[in-house]
Design a protein around this ligand. Structure first.
Ligand code: IPD
Ligand code: CA
Ligand code: CA
Length: 259
């Protein structure tokens, strides 16, 4: 029931994404010059929340565009109606609905659905991660210098030691491919699927990472903060990998390991 509602909610949001994608839509700004929100973000969120509320009126919801409900329930739905809004606004088909579910503070289920590529990623705690019903697993690369990585940059630049550009330069100067897809949820799912060996970002929000984090661990990967410590969606820095190269990546992020 939880799973079918989760998937139904993701499909309802995705239908709105597709409805607006080829048409006209209003674009507004949030904090930072290019931090956009479109009519489609609101429409997708409204459709997702309607599905969740009709099935589980007492469950808590934390949604990017409308905030948090004040209900206290053991279940909490964490919703990003479009992850990759800048891509969406530019007609780039790399964006997705991302919804994670926590039970008593632990992530138990997640879905990331990119309707343009028809890729639906689903994970359930203890039961694995799946892409369109086929089980996925992380890659087997053991050398960070040979890895294919992905990252993202915040809308407001973080100017600090080991900030996004410092770390990016360290990898790129060693010839390591570091992609920039523009959707953290997709980045995490693509680590889970073994397409990327690792992903890091400095400033994510709970809705960016909730579903993708479970996808990575259920696919056999590792997710932590930049110090290699226990991950929580309520702190900004994220490092996800196939597990094998995780310590090396922690070292590069903190400038204590040379590639
Ligand atoms: C953004 C995307 C992007 C990441 C940003 C996020 P949004 O989410 O996940 O890849 O670099 O940090 O804010 O704004 O498209 O939902
Ligand atoms: Ca997001
Ligand atoms: Ca979003």
């Amino acid at each position: 029931m939880l799973q079918s509602t989760l998937i139904e909610a993701a499909q309802a949001g995705a239908a709105e994404i597709l409805r607006y994608f080829h048409g006209e839509f209003r674009i507004d700004n949030k904090e930072g010059v290019n931090n956009l929100v479109t009519e489609a973000d609101h429409a997708s969120e409204k459709a997702i929340l309607a599905v969740i509320r009709s099935a589980y009126p007492d469950h808590m919801i934390l949604a990017e565009e409308s905030g948090s409900t004040d209900r206290t329930d053991e279940f909490k739905w964490i919703v990003d109606p479009i992850d990759g809004t800048v891509n969406f606004a530019h007609g780039i088909p790399l964006n997705a609905v991302s919804i994670g579910i926590e039970k008593n503070g632990e992530l138990i289920m997640g879905v990331v659905y990119n309707p343009h590529l028809k890729e639906l990623f689903f994970a359930e705690k203890g039961k694995g991660a799946f892409l369109n019903d086929r089980r996925i697993q992380v890659s087997s690369e053991t050398n960070a210098a040979k890895a294919c990585l992905v990252t993202g940059f915040p809308y407001v630049y973080i100017d600090q030691p080991n900030g996004p550009l410092d770390v990016f330069a360290r990898f790129v100067k060693k010839g390591v491919p570091v992609r920039r897809i523009g959707s953290a949820a997709i980045d995490l799912c693509w680590v889970a699927a073994g397409r990327f060996d690792g992903f890091y970002e400095h400033k994510l929000e709970p809705w960016d990472s909730a579903a993708g984090a479970l996808m990575v661990t259920e696919a056999g990967g590792t997710i932590t903060n930049h110090q290699g410590e226990a991950f929580t969606i309520y702190e900004h820095p994220v490092l996800a990998s196939n597990g094998h190269i995780h310590d090396q990546l922690v070292g590069v992020l903190n400038n204590t390991h040379q590639l």
